[in-house]
Ligand binder design. Structure first.
Ligand SMILES: Nc1ncnc2c1ncn2[C@@H]1O[C@H](COP(=O)(O)OP(=O)(O)OP(=O)(O)O)[C@@H](O)[C@H]1O
Ligand SMILES: [Mg+2]
Length: 269
C-alpha cells in the first residue's frame, strides 16, 4: 500500500446552497480538499465529481470558481503568504467549461499567449510553453487558425491548454473527455496526470460522464445526488480511493476492487 498523509486544507466548501427562481439547485454542500503528501513525490490532487445529467455539476463549478455567487455558504481557498483560507475570487480557478468558448477574432496562438501572460511563473518562456503544449496536444498545425476553423475536439484541447498556461492551482474540468477520439483521450488523460504531478498544490476537479476514465486517475470521488423528499442536490457520498489502494495505480482498471468501486458509484446515481 502506498504511504501518504494529508496536510493543510486547500479548498473548503461550507454549507453552500444555490437557488434559482425559488427552486433549490444545490443544498448544504460541504466538503474539503486537503494537500496529499507522499514522501519523495510531488503529488497534486485529482477529484472526480460524479452525478446524473441535470443534477447541478456545472452549477457547482460556476459557484466554486466564483463566477456565480451562492445564496448561502462559503467557498474558501488557500492563500500562500501568509498562510490562510480566504473567500474565492473569480479568476482563482481555471475552468474548462462544457461549452468552451473562444474569442472568435483571435487565433489559437493569440488566445494562448493571452493566457500565458497571466502566469508570472512563465515570464519570458510563454512562446516556448505554448509550442510544448501544442505539440503534446496535437495542435501544432492549428496555432495560426481561428476557432471557427477548428474541430470540436481541437477547440476543447485549446481550452484545456489555455487554463494550464494560466497556471492556477485549481483546475475545474467540465466534461474534458467528451468529443475526443481514443488516441487523443489517452493523451489528454496522461497530460492531466502530468499536470497533477507538476506541483503539490495542483488540484483538478473533473466532471465527466465517463466514470471509468475519471475515477481511474482520481484519488477521491464525490457523488452529487438527491436525498429522498428534499429539493436540491448535495454530496451524497465521498469515496477515498487512496484508502482503498486504488489511487496512483497505472493499471487500476484491471483490479477487481476498482470494478467493485465503479459498480458502487453507479448504484448511487
Ligand atoms: N440559469 C438558470 N436558471 C434556472 N435553472 C437553471 C439555470 N441554469 C441551470 N439550471 C438548472 O440547474 C440544474 C442543474 O444544471 P447543471 O447544468 O448544473 O447540470 P449538470 O449536472 O451539469 O448536467 P449535465 O451532466 O447534463 O451537464 C438543472 O435542473 C438546470 O435546469
Ligand atoms: Mg454540466
Amino acid at each position: 500500500m502506498t504511504i501518504y498523509s494529508k496536510g493543510e486544507t486547500l479548498l473548503q466548501v461550507k454549507d453552500l446552497s444555490l437557488i434559482y427562481d425559488n427552486k433549490c439547485i444545490l443544498r448544504d454542500i460541504n466538503f474539503s480538499i486537503e494537500d496529499i503528501i507522499r514522501p519523495g513525490i510531488q503529488q497534486g490532487q485529482v477529484v472526480s465529481l460524479i452525478g446524473r445529467s441535470g443534477i447541478g455539476k456545472t452549477q457547482l463549478f460556476r459557484t466554486l470558481s466564483g463566477l456565480q455567487k451562492p445564496d448561502r455558504g462559503q467557498i474558501l481557498v488557500r492563500e500562500s503568504r501568509p498562510w490562510s483560507l480566504r473567500p474565492v475570487h473569480a479568476g482563482d480557478m481555471g475552468v474548462i467549461f462544457q461549452n468552451y468558448y473562444q474569442f472568435g477574432w483571435r487565433t489559437v496562438e493569440q488566445s494562448l499567449m493571452l493566457a500565458a501572460h497571466q502566469n508570472k511563473g512563465l515570464m519570458g518562456r510563454e512562446a516556448e510553453a505554448i509550442l510544448e503544449y501544442a505539440a503534446q496536444f496535437d495542435l501544432s498545425d492549428v496555432l495560426k487558425r481561428y476557432p471557427r476553423q477548428l474541430s470540436g475536439g481541437q477547440q476543447q484541447r485549446v481550452s484545456i491548454i489555455q487554463q494550464l498556461l494560466k497556471g492556477s492551482d485549481f483546475l475545474l474540468l467540465d466534461e474534458p473527455f467528451s468529443g475526443l477520439d481514443v488516441c487523443v483521450l489517452d493523451k489528454v488523460v496522461n497530460l492531466l496526470l502530468k499536470v497533477s504531478l507538476s506541483h503539490e498544490f495542483k488540484t483538478l476537479i473533473i466532471v465527466s460522464h465517463d466514470i471509468v476514465t475519471t475515477v481511474a486517475i482520481s484519488d477521491t470521488v464525490f457523488i452529487l445526488g438527491k436525498q429522498d423528499g428534499v429539493e436540491g442536490s448535495t454530496i451524497v457520498r465521498s469515496i477515498d480511493l487512496m484508502e482503498r489502494g486504488l489511487a496512483w495505480q497505472p493499471n487500476v482498471q484491471e483490479e477487481k476492487a476498482f470494478g467493485e468501486t465503479i459498480r458502487e458509484i453507479k448504484a448511487c446515481l
